[in-house]
Ligand binder design. Sequence first.
Ligand SMILES: CCCCCCC/C=C/C(=O)SCCNC(=O)CCNC(=O)[C@H](O)C(C)(C)COP(=O)(O)OP(=O)(O)OC[C@H]1O[C@@H](n2cnc3c(N)ncnc32)[C@H](O)[C@@H]1OP(=O)(O)O
Length: 379
Amino acid sequence: MNRTVHAVRFPVIQLHTTGATMRVSQEVFEKAKDQLKLLKEDPGNEVKLKLYALFKQATEGPCSSPKPGMLDFVKKAKWDAWSSLGSLSKDNARQKYVDLVSSLVSSESSSQVKDTTPDSKHGYETLQVTTTDNITKIMLNRPEKKNAITTQMYREIIQALEEAAKDDSVITVITGNGDYYCSGNDLNNFTNIPAGGIEKMAKDGAVLLENFVKHFIDFPKPLIAVVNGPAVGISVTLLGLFDIVYATDRATFHTPFSELGQSPEGCSSYMFPKIMGLSKANEMLLFNKKLTAGEAYAQGLVTEVFPDWTFEKEVWIRLKAYANLPKNSLALSKQLIRGVEKEKLHAVNCQECELLRERWLSDECMNAIMSFFGKKSKL
Ligand SMILES: CCCCCCC/C=C/C(=O)SCCNC(=O)CCNC(=O)[C@H](O)C(C)(C)COP(=O)(O)OP(=O)(O)OC[C@H]1O[C@@H](n2cnc3c(N)ncnc32)[C@H](O)[C@@H]1OP(=O)(O)O
């Protein structure tokens, strides 16, 4: 598309200028302007004229320049579009501009999603795993349960990470399907008591968890979290083991371990204080403080936050560019950055799982889980 709306060549349509609108910030307006540049498809002259007019109205107010001559088609079309906005306020024009860009972006991303969705790899029931454009995407796929992680899903994620480590992809992404990124451990994991009793359940759980986290510590390629919505429990604690974390502004980050009678895992007892400092880590890990995406960014847990309406598009454009970088260079640099901490992280993982094994046998933990299923206490 011709990115500047000033290059419009054809006459113009009547524009609607009325209707109640909300105030949009300069920042949102600037973002919309940037988004427009990312559109791949030309939206057509009519829309470009609308955008031009709204932009001028939003930044300069009503058109006061003299009407161009009849033969100066381009200037006349633009002038007509701008003056047709009459006395529309700058705020309203900004809102309409943002809304129009937003609708263009969403319609383009939905058509792209339809066109480019590759076949999911076979053998996964709880995940959708695809490799395209040098990116292996592991999508948690239990949207109706907010992507809560069952024991089967832990195993499938381990398998998907093992395969991604070996495949041709350059980077690996984990994201969630639906409105949640992940609601953490599936609390049903603790309700199916096996023949060996509750001790066996806790022991097996700790072994599985340690192996699961180990795969994140040892993952050899850049690992990126695309946090598409709220994240709870283990899906948050693991973020310290990712190399980049992109989040929608709709995401929240909640580790309600003490409410659940449990304790931190995913190496967060070590990584969170390192990332955000001890007192902020304590607020999250001891006192269940739920962070907004903006707060998580301020604490360094999240790399960048994107408006929800452009999240998928912006993030995937960025990731596709990253995935064109030289594969070995990225993997070796990651090893260099992470290598020094690996031994420490394995030791932390082991300690965290040991403590959790004990916690799962506690009344505090059992009562909290029963309470969830009794629908007495939602987080
Ligand atoms: C075997 C290895 C074990 C390793 C364990 C490692 C340690 C990990 C610790 C953690 O991750 S602790 C955190 C655990 N997660 C939670 O406590 C979250 C519990 N869920 C909620 O509080 C809420 O569901 C929600 C996430 C805040 C969403 O609330 P909302 O009202 O929007 O939706 P719901 O109607 O509650 O959910 C829809 C549907 O999904 C089920 N569900 C959601 N999360 C979980 C979960 N974590 N475990 C089991 N089921 C979950 C929920 O029950 C609903 O099901 P239905 O009622 O529709 O059948």
